[in-house]
Ligand binder design. Structure first.
Ligand SMILES: Cc1cc2nc3c(=O)[nH]c(=O)nc-3n(C[C@H](O)[C@H](O)[C@H](O)COP(=O)(O)OP(=O)(O)OC[C@H]3O[C@@H](n4cnc5c(N)ncnc54)[C@H](O)[C@@H]3O)c2cc1C
Length: 386
């Protein structure tokens, strides 16, 4: 059992959402207790240095920091120096390699001739005309980018991600498929794009060290919590778990990562997607390319990524978020509203895909608008954010 007698605030989960709120509260002099069920801080952004090669590994898949928010960038910059890094991705399809997301270079290379932006636009629009009223994911994708690009780059990848024929998947899964009619092959357009100089874990260590936050690792809240507490709680675990799955589990996809060590440069880029259905993995990340400024030894570490739907014991990664899940989440949220001294936050607590900058931005807002007023004036916490 945790000793919470002296705590002003309890935070469940030491990912970016929970640790941002914990750090802000501790910086204002409040006594914060963080419980984290894993044996490390950092949530899904956790990184560590591989003992054999010295290569920095992103344990839960590659994490690239990007944001347009000066507030979030300035906030994180208190805890880290940065290395400039603009992410670029390639895809292997039919034995050839193309830049992703689909841009003018991808289209020219795929069609096999030089095209101007307007020629490429017309070529895509002519192919997309085949479907005007899409009823499933395949038809939706064809209506957006046409059949040739869909079959080369989207179909096989989607089957591997969802383990289902795209004809049987709902059209609502995709609203847009970005196509750039220029040669900009950066993955993100944001103003701030960097990698933390010493990895993400060092950011979390600085956050907790700066104000002596008491972080209890390997402590699952549901096993450690007291029968009753009057201390306000920020809960960043899965919302369905909080209510013991009483309305059924929410749907998530998970990924399996298989690490391998090789000599030299394995693939010449940070991330290579595999669009063909006969290759079982969706992509391979080669970690040392995320920090080209660092010098590494002769070896390299890669992660092959396999996607599947999550069972109850699996790590939840991406919300499936179909109509059934939305309805179930709304019902859990209504239960959450009854818990007046608990904020449900972060990607698991709000059943949303959140980039790191969005999780941090949301946490800063919740701290300023809800938790700080609760701690300083005893104001009601109010609803968790949508
Ligand atoms: C494969 C993948 C790649 C990604 N790549 C990027 C990227 O390139 N750029 C980007 O900006 N974002 C990326 N993200 C998103 C990023 O991981 C999230 O923004 C971030 O994890 C959100 O932080 P969080 O605190 O909400 O959740 P989390 O990081 O998941 O933290 C929640 C924590 O709560 C803990 N917890 C849960 N239940 C309990 C409990 N009962 N008791 C105690 N602790 C508990 C968990 O163990 C976890 O550590 C990626 C996500 C995935 C899945």
């Amino acid at each position: 059992m945790l000793n919470l007698n002296d705590a002003d605030l309890i935070v469940v989960g030491a990912g970016f959402y929970g640790m941002t709120i914990a750090e802000r509260a501790a910086a204002d002099g409040f006594r914060v207790v963080v419980t984290e069920k894993r044996n490390h801080i950092g949530g899904n952004a956790y990184t560590y240095n591989d003992a054999g090669t010295g290569v920095e590994i992103h344990k839960y898949g590659p994490h690239l920091f990007h944001t347009n928010s000066k507030e979030v960038f300035d906030y994180l910059s208190r805890f880290t120096e940065w290395l400039p890094y603009e992410h670029r991705t390639w895809t292997t399809s039919g034995g050839r390699i193309y830049p992703m997301p689909i841009n003018l270079a991808t289209i020219c290379s795929f069609v096999g001739r030089a095209m101007s932006p307007s020629e490429a636009r017309t070529w895509v629009a002519d192919n997309a005309r085949e479907v005007t009223e899409p009823t499933n994911l395949e038809e939706k994708a064809i209506s957006l980018i046409g059949r040739p690009l869909y079959e080369a780059f989207i179909r096989g990848y989607t089957i591997k991600q969802w383990q289902a024929d795209p004809k049987l998947l709902s059209a609502e899964i995709i609203t847009r498929l970005p196509v750039r009619y220029n040669f900009d092959n950066r993955y993100f357009n944001d103003i701030y794009q960097y990698m933390p100089k010493n990895g993400y874990t060092a950011i979390f260590e600085q956050m907790s060290l700066s104000n002596q936050i008491s972080v209890h690792l390997g402590v699952d809240w549901f096993e450690a919590r007291p029968a009753k507490t009057t201390v306000p709680i920020v809960y960043t675990g899965p919302i369905d778990r909080y209510f013991n799955y009483r309305l059924g589990p929410l749907g998530w996809r998970t990924i399996d990562l298989e690490l391998e060590t090789h000599t030299g440069d394995f693939q010449g880029c940070p991330v290579m997607n595999y669009a063909d259905i006969d290759v079982p993995w969706t992509r391979i990340s080669e970690f040392k390319h995320f920090q080209p400024q660092r010098s590494y030894g002769p070896n390299t570490v890669i992660a092959r990524e396999f996607s599947r739907s999550a069972g109850l014991g699996d790590e939840p990664y991406y919300p499936i978020n179909l109509a059934d899940d939305r309805a179930r989440y709304d019902a859990y949220r209504a239960l959450g509203d009854v818990e007046t001294d608990v904020i449900f936050g972060g990607r698991l607590g709000t059943y949303r895909y959140l980039d790191m900058h969005q999780a941090i931005g949301a946490a800063l807002k919740t701290w300023a608008n809800q938790i700080r007023p609760r701690l300083t004036q005893g104001a009601p916490l109010g609803r968790s954010e949508d």
